[in-house]
Design a protein around this ligand. Structure first.
Ligand code: AMP
Ligand code: GLY
Length: 429
């Protein structure tokens, strides 16, 4: 079959690679795609993921058997609904289910109503009431979140009253996150270890994937600003079988059931951002899609055909599918442009890649996922904040990390920066 993938980052490269391995896949298309993805799929750089009419027109022209919608914005904007109306089969939730990521006040309300463990919270649109609430709680750090999508940057962890007050003001009055911040959630700070669990679901059955761990801060030792993610490992050794069983009963199954009970069945990949606290696992956030760069370490460990899973989800027969995972570990180190997540330059030539965008000198267990690159005259150039996700498999986490860093050392571009401590915390170092 022919599949059109929507999106153009490292996550979409990982999805394209997984689908390219399927004997069922004839042709892959990707809009907009990027330099590295073009080795696997025909890319349409002029069609942006958020240009819903453009994507619909492209689908009408290509007539793919499936459209795999990977990023949050088009999901929240209703791309899947529009594609389904035109008769296209899809992977990804409709807008009424993607709201689980699109509105934090919705997801917090859902968890409260269905007793799904999460931090205690209140929502506000009025600055004075929000500040009054912070004063009355008098507990720091305080967590202040913009309600809507904000590229993973709409969360402020305030260490005292002044910071909390300023955060409220920046969102509700200064409009720092635009409409996304016109409503805010103030919640209790949760202390613990973060784990990501992605799960396949057809709205009835939920099948968790291997766990992972992201590294969201820009610099080593969790210093610097929050980013989209600077590196990942899978599985996450801190997520034990006992914790997994508890999450299945208290979080995963109840969430899927709650969404269906609300008339919002979720089909696709649901991202559970969890905090393992002294009082058990709690939900930090839901995302309505694969994580980026979580997909880059989870999908290489998938031993079942992703196209089979996509079909089973569409046809709502996920319960009958046995999904198998490799026993290996996988690590991904993100190479970013100097300055990211703030101002950065693009257009730097990337050294060390062959014509397929892969590391010339690295071991065969390494794979370079392209996040922000452009192919021009047979050469690769940087074209985004996150540029490459250098990934490797190993029979244990340390081996996977060693091979990923070995490959990183063979690639260079001006002002490249990457974290040198990916996986350290997971290894207890
Ligand atoms: P979110 O966009 O909701 O995932 O938040 C981004 C990051 O902020 C999370 O990955 C956590 O590291 C941190 N965070 C969010 N909410 C909390 C909380 N209630 N307690 C502690 N850390 C939090
Ligand atoms: N890596 C975090 C996310 O995709 O939201």
């Amino acid at each position: 079959m022919n599949i059109l993938i929507i999106g153009g980052g490292g996550r979409e490269h990982a999805i394209a690679r997984a689908l390219s391995k399927s004997p069922k896949t004839d042709k892959l298309y990707c809009a907009p795609g990027n330099g590295g993805i073009s080795a696997l799929a025909e890319c349409f750089p002029e069609v942006k993921a958020t240009d819903l009419d453009g994507v619909l027109a492209l689908a009408e022209r290509l007539q793919p058997d499936y459209v795999f919608v990977a990023p949050d914005d088009p999901l929240v904007m209703g791309l899947v609904d529009k594609l389904n109306e035109k008769g296209f089969k899809t992977f990804g939730p409709k807008a009424n289910a993607a709201i689980i990521e699109g509105s934090k006040s919705f997801s917090k309300g859902l968890m409260k109503k269905y007793n799904i463990p999460t931090a205690a919270y209140e929502t506000f649109t009025d600055e004075d009431k929000a500040v009054e609430y912070i004063k009355s709680k008098n507990r720091y750090p305080a967590v202040i979140k913009a309600d809507g999508l904000a590229l993973g940057k709409g969360v402020i962890i305030a260490k005292d009253f002044d910071e909390a007050k300023a955060a409220v003001h920046s969102m509700l009055v200064d409009g720092k996150f635009g409409k996304s911040g016109s409503e805010i959630v103030i919640e209790e700070f949760m202390d613990g270890t973060e784990v990501t669990v992605l799960a396949f679901t057809d709205g009835k059955t939920v099948k968790p994937m291997v766990s992972s761990m992201d590294h969201k801060r820009a610099f080593d030792g969790d210093e610097g600003l929050n980013t989209g993610g600077m590196g990942t490992i899978a599985p996450n050794p801190l997520y034990t079988e006992k914790i997994a069983a508890e999450c299945m009963e208290k979080i995963f199954k109840p969430t899927i059931a709650a969404m269906s009970a609300e008339g919002r069945p979720f089909k696709g990949c649901l991202y559970f951002g969890l905090m393992l606290t002294a009082n058990g696992a709690k939900v930090v956030e839901y995302n309505s899609r694969f994580g980026d760069p979580e997909a880059q370490v989870v999908l290489p460990l998938l031993d079942t055909d992703l196209a089979d899973i996509m079909e089973a989800i569409w046809e709502e027969r996920l319960d009958a599918l046995d999904i198998k995972w490799s026993k290996n570990s996988c690590a991904c180190v993100v190479m970013a442009s100097g300055g990211y997540p703030e101002k950065y330059e693009t257009g730097k030539e990337i050294n060390g890649l062959n014509s397929d965008g892969q590391a010339v000198e690295a071991a065969s267990s390494a794979y370079v996922y392209h996040a922000g690159t452009k192919l021009d005259g047979g050469k690769y150039f940087t074209a985004g904040g996150r540029v490459l996700g250098v990934t490797a498999l190993g029979d244990n986490l340390q081996n996977a990390l060693d091979k990923a860093y070995e490959a990183v050392n063979t690639i260079s571009f001006e002002k490249a920066h990457y974290r040198k401590d990916i996986g350290k915390k997971a290894l207890g170092k």
